[in-house]
Design a protein. Structure first.
Length: 346
């Protein structure tokens, strides 16, 4: 099968086109012929060496395709089923390849109303947003205000829609007109609820947000960007509020949340949560894997009946090292609206 292999940690030049054997499913596994694969910021972090694995490696966590073969004991899927999957746990290889083998618990039936490209754009972002909104923040229906730093990205796109399902009042950020337009046109954010952050420092950002909100601090802050935006979320959150972040910081990142005098959240009795959607897949017990497919099935139902929409999809090209390099450069540059995908097969 055709694949794009990472031969060394570091730059995008380490991606190479390759031919690999088609993997065989073992008991409890599916083999999926991949139609589309999507890209996520965690991909380039893994390329740089985050949670270093054994090289060479095929990256990619989001796929859509057709079940090609099932291993012994699999009754939930059969050959010919159209699926979308988060392949963040045990697997033969990532999504930058013609086929992938993985435990059946990480897949769900593709929503009939979504194209294969749209379905590939959903899994990681929707699962992450689900955990952030419903499990970490535990948003309360009809009563809360949420600030979303990075609302135009893949996770932000899904989080905003989940928050709207809970009737939250939503504010978000934009660094340029393209991001603002996406938030308004695709996600229905009010223009007066968009914090344009370009050129502002932390104090200026806090002041600008409070002006937008009429002085009310948010009940929940979501950090999908990191750095200055993480500091802003910690600075903004209101009394008894919750801050949820998906972004780890470099060793030289400094912001005091542990001392009573220096912490912006201590005297507000606010809480801070990390969300790493790969945790259960990488180090959890197999008994917990089924929640991935179960959540995808529920999210798929919402997508199919129009309660939420998939991220806006940008097709970069067909499976090749050059397409993968292009995707990683765009993600590293930032300001991607929605999700980047590539066509793998048909």
């Amino acid at each position: 099968m055709k694949a794009v292999v990472l031969e060394g940690f570091g730059g995008v030049e380490n991606f190479k086109d390759a031919e690999l054997p088609v993997p065989e499913p073992k008991a409890g596994e599916l083999r999926v012929k991949i139609h589309f694969a999507a890209f996520n910021p965690v991909d380039y972090k893994m390329r740089r060496g985050m949670r270093e694995g054994v090289l060479p490696v095929v990256l990619g966590l989001d796929i859509s395709g057709v079940v090609d073969k099932v291993g012994d004991g699999v009754t939930e899927f059969k050959p010919g089923d159209e699926v979308f999957a988060f392949i963040g746990g045990p697997r033969s290889n990532g999504g930058y390849a013609g086929y992938a083998v993985f435990p059946w618990q990480f897949a769900a039936k593709k929503p009939p109303g979504l194209s294969m490209a749209e379905a590939a754009a959903v899994p990681l972002t929707a699962l992450t947003a689900w955990d952030c909104v419903f499990e970490k923040a535990r948003v309360k229906k009809d009563s809360e205000t949420a600030f979303v730093a990075g609302g135009s990205g893949g996770v932000g796109t899904m989080a905003i829609q989940f928050l709207r399902r809970a009737h939250a009042t939503i504010f978000s950020t934009a660094g340029n007109d393209s991001s603002s337009d996406y938030l308004v046109d695709h996600l229905g954010i009010k223009p007066e609820h968009i914090l344009v952050y370009k050129g502002l420092d932390l104090a200026g950002l806090e002041k600008a947000y409070l002006k937008l909100s009429g002085g009310r601090r948010p009940d929940i802050c979501f950090d999908f960007v990191g750095g200055l935006m993480k500091k802003l979320c910690l600075q903004l959150v209101g009394d008894e509020g919750r801050v949820v972040s998906t972004v780890a910081e470099p060793e030289d990142f400094s912001y005091d949340i542990f001392s009573a005098e220096g912490s912006p959240i201590f005297y507000r009795s606010a809480s801070f949560h990390f969300e790493y959607v790969l945790a259960r897949a990488k180090s959890g017990e197999p008994s917990g894997w089924a929640q991935y497919g179960s959540k995808l099935s529920e999210i798929g139902g919402w997508l199919d009946c129009g309660k939420i929409a998939p991220p806006k999809v940008k097709l970069l090209g067909k499976l090749s090292a050059e397409t993968v390099r292009k995707a990683h450069r765009l993600l590293e540059d930032g300001h991607v609206q929605g999700k980047l995908v590539m066509q793998v097969g048909v």
